[in-house]
Unconditional design. Structure first.
Length: 104
């Protein structure tokens, strides 16, 4: 059973609609299961670098899912893991008072 955060390789084994395999990061497994062994998954389709490119809900056969390890975005670009992490600093740009719009 997939869990939130799992990265899966979805191929034709999971459903005939995936003749071209995709990478998929699970957000949640839905409660509704109309057929035994099938699941509704919500998540993100990933590119080869592991970055989300599209949000999707998919209907797949649980027996056709394969967990994979996707390199982090820093590893995909060849950067070292010692780089600064966290939010980027915000750059505040102020406008001259005469061009500022009123707040009301």
């Amino acid at each position: 059973m997939p869990r939130c955060g799992d990265v899966l390789r979805i191929s034709r084994e999971a459903s005939v609609q995936f003749s071209t395999p995709i990478l998929f990061r699970v957000i949640r497994v839905r409660d509704r299961r109309p057929y035994n062994g099938w699941l509704w998954l919500d998540g993100y389709q990933l590119n080869s670098a592991g970055e989300a490119v599209r949000q999707r809900s998919i209907y797949v056969r649980a027996g056709g899912l394969h967990r994979v390890t996707v390199p982090s975005a820093g590893a995909a670009t060849g950067r070292r893991s010692g780089r600064r992490t966290g939010p980027r600093p915000v750059r505040v740009v102020s406008r001259p008072a005469e061009t500022a719009e009123p707040l009301i």
